[in-house]
Write a protein that binds this ligand. Structure first.
Ligand code: ADE
Ligand code: ZN
Length: 322
């Protein structure tokens, strides 16, 4: 089976985290920013653990300084993603990295991203939608302008609100104000949880932030009552196995809980998170799922059906990419 050409739906990527290292190195050289310390000898990103990953990620983001930089980034990312058969992709974009949470600046950045997304759709047949993202370790106050940006720009391109970043900073309830603001604006919600914080963090996120999807969510595997709740509430998990393996959220592919969760009836989907950071692609994720769990075309078709149903875009877009 050619995993590369199989049409795929991907719900969990971070736009800046999809930046090829050569692209970031190029921007750094143009702007004379010294971030040589974030690269390994082989040219890839270098980090020791999750906290260091977040620092390297943010250092890479310092090179992205204008709407034009984000237009070029969006195009570069979509060219790479489309080459792996992805026909629909949702990506987290943070106002914190696009004008520091200022609404007028955010709108300029967004226009540039949308422009590139349209060009990529016309040329490559891949559809991109954005999920405005608060960064948890920047704190609850910093997430409020992000939610306001989401509420003010929710529409065709911006389809959701979410939160990424250091999961062990604060409790989900600390961020309820932002999620409430987004929910009241009618925006679909997702939040990273259960990548590091186990079943308790997933349960609190569902209870206090009332999200439709959970980013990662793998910690739920340890709590049968929580799995029942996930089934009952029809919550979808955006699972990123390659990311979990490289960041050591799990011990390895063989012990990754995605198969157990799927066997329990949980709606799982598969994404790459930040592919160049984790030396992965959607093709590689499928190949590893095949190798580790014996998943075949039938399982992959189900993953994509689940992902498209859980996508935050409107039904017309779903019908077009199906
Ligand atoms: N931002 C980018 N990648 C992330 C991840 N895996 N977890 C939390 N925040 C992130
Ligand atoms: Zn993520």
């Amino acid at each position: 089976m050619s995993f590369q050409t199989l049409p795929k739906v991907e719900l969990h990527t971070h736009l800046e985290g999809c930046a090829p290292p050569a692209f970031i190195r190029g921007l750094a050289a143009e702007k004379k920013i010294d971030i040589s310390g974030i690269f390994a000898d082989d040219g890839g990103y270098a980090f020791r653990d999750f906290d260091h990953f977040l620092q390297v990620y943010e250092a890479a983001c310092t090179t992205l300084q204008s709407p034009e930089d984000f237009r070029r980034l969006t195009m570069a990312v979509l060219e790479e993603t489309a080459a792996h058969g992805v026909v629909y992709m949702e990506t987290f974009v943070s106002p914190d990295f696009c004008g520091g949470g200022d609404l007028a600046a955010w709108k300029d950045y967004l226009a540039a991203m949308e422009d590139a997304a349209q060009e990529a759709e016309d040329k490559l047949g891949i559809t991109l939608k954005g999920i405005v993202t608060g960064i948890r370790h920047f704190g609850p106050e910093a997430c409020k302008p992000a939610a306001k940006c989401a509420a003010e720009t929710f529409g065709d391109f911006i389809t959701g609100y979410g939160m990424a970043g250091g999961e062990m900073v604060g409790r989900p309830a600390d961020y309820a104000y932002s999620f409430d603001m987004a929910r009241e604006a009618g925006i679909p919600l997702t939040c990273h949880a259960g990548e590091w914080g186990g079943a308790t963090m997933v349960a609190e996120t569902i209870r206090d932030l009332k999200v439709a999807r959970i980013g990662h969510g793998i910690g739920a595997v340890d709590d049968p009552a929580l799995i029942d709740e996930i089934l009952e509430k029809d919550i979808v998990l955006e699972v990123c196995p390659g990311s979990n393996v490289v960041l050591k959220a799990v011990n390895g592919w063989n012990s990754h809980p995605i198969a157990k969760l799927r066997d329990a009836g949980v709606k799982v989907t598969v994404s790459t998170d930040d592919p160049p950071f984790f030396h992965t692609t959607m093709t590689a994720e499928y190949a590893m799922l095949h190798q580790t769990f014996g998943w075949e075309e039938e399982e992959f078709a189900m993953l994509n059906k689940t992902a498209l149903a859980a996508a935050f875009c409107d039904d017309a877009t779903k019908a077009r990419v199906a």
